[in-house]
Design a protein around this ligand. Structure first.
Ligand SMILES: Nc1ncnc2c1ncn2[C@@H]1O[C@H](COP(=O)(O)OP(=O)(O)OP(=O)(O)O)[C@@H](O)[C@H]1O
Ligand SMILES: CC(C)(CO)[C@@H](O)C(=O)[O-]
Ligand code: BAL
Length: 282
């Protein structure tokens, strides 16, 4: 497995693979890899000859008061995990390689509607930053397929729409959320939690499960369910950002005759913002 940092090198190596008719799978990440990321690499390797994992903490998707500076950067450990998972190539560019003219000068990609609520409402400009950098990575790597986690449910919906609307020739594959034994979704940001907070954190998934059960029983009083769930989160010591029951495809508020529902949650535990989701078919 090779790790490279320049676009020039990336293009040269990928040209070689294409000449050999090898299919290319892309796994975009921000690094500090855990089993969730590794499951994406394995999934990409099932369908592509070559897997390119990118590690780039994208400044454009962070708000001014967010954790860009303290986001964990652990390239050496990440490389070891990727090598063991059968990854082919790691592309870990410095910021200047991706945004040579700076963020203010950068052409951007906006994905309307699906970017608007939930995390898009709480993190203005976030999905613009995600859509822009993912477009750039698609253009740099020109993959046949790209794998994204369902843990970031809205992000996956944004990328699916963007790919469809802009006729990008990339197959988008979603991969299920990998969890700790107590249900907490694996996330790089879990590393910010204190030991005390880590004990509380699984309540996020337990609240999702409790609400999913009520939805599966046929409940349609969505606002009541959302309110009850927010109360459970608050009672456990979290500060809910949102808890929304939505149509799984549009991400708009659920209506009683929807069959595919998804519960989206974001909540602060201390200063750490946790997100998770759970889908229900009924
Ligand atoms: N627990 C998980 N299971 C499956 N996929 C995951 C999981 N966590 C992250 N991913 C996916 O890995 C890719 C890279 O995500 P990212 O590097 O932001 O990881 P993260 O752990 O979610 O970090 P953060 O804490 O910043 O949200 C995304 O497609 C994301 O959905
Ligand atoms: C897709 C992504 C790598 C774009 O920076 C990021 O949003 C992430 O890690 O989910
Ligand atoms: N996993 C999504 C990347 C972010 O929170 O910025």
């Amino acid at each position: 497995m090779r790790t490279i940092h320049s676009l020039k090198e990336l293009r040269t190596i990928l040209r070689g693979y294409r000449r050999q008719d090898k299919t290319i799978g892309l796994v975009p990440t921000m690094g500090n890899l855990h089993e969730g990321h590794i499951s994406l690499v394995r999934k990409a390797a099932e369908s592509a000859d070559v897997v390119v994992t990118t590690i780039f903490v994208n400044p454009m998707q962070f708000g001014a008061n967010e954790d860009l500076d303290k986001y964990p950067r652990t390239l050496v450990e990440d490389q070891e995990k990727l090598e063991a998972a059968g990854n082919t190539l790691v592309f870990a560019p410095p910021v200047e390689e991706i945004y040579p003219e700076g963020l203010a000068q950068q052409t951007k990609v906006i994905v309307p509607e699906v970017s608007d609520g939930h995390c898009g409402a709480s993190r203005p400009g976030h999905f613009e930053g995600v859509a822009t950098v993912v477009t750039m990575l698609f253009n740099m790597v020109q993959p046949d397929l790209a794998v994204f986690g369902e843990k970031d449910f809205q992000q996956l919906a944004v990328i699916r729409k963007m790919t469809r609307d802009l006729f990008m020739p990339v197959e988008i594959i979603g991969a299920p959320t990998i969890r700790e034994d107590d249900g907490l979704a694996k996330s790089s940001r879990n590393g910010y939690l204190s030991a005390e907070e880590r004990k509380i954190a699984p309540v996020v998934f337990r609240t999702l499960e409790a609400t999913a059960e009520k939805l599966a029983d046929g409940r349609t009083d969505f606002h009541t369910l959302e309110g009850e769930a927010e109360q459970s989160l608050s009672a456990a010591g979290l500060r809910p950002d949102y808890f929304n029951i939505v149509n799984s495809l549009t991400l708009k508020p659920a209506s009683p005759d929807d069959h595919e529902l998804t519960i989206l949650v974001a909540a602060f535990l201390g200063t750490t913002r946790l997100i998770d989701n759970l889908s229900v078919t009924r």
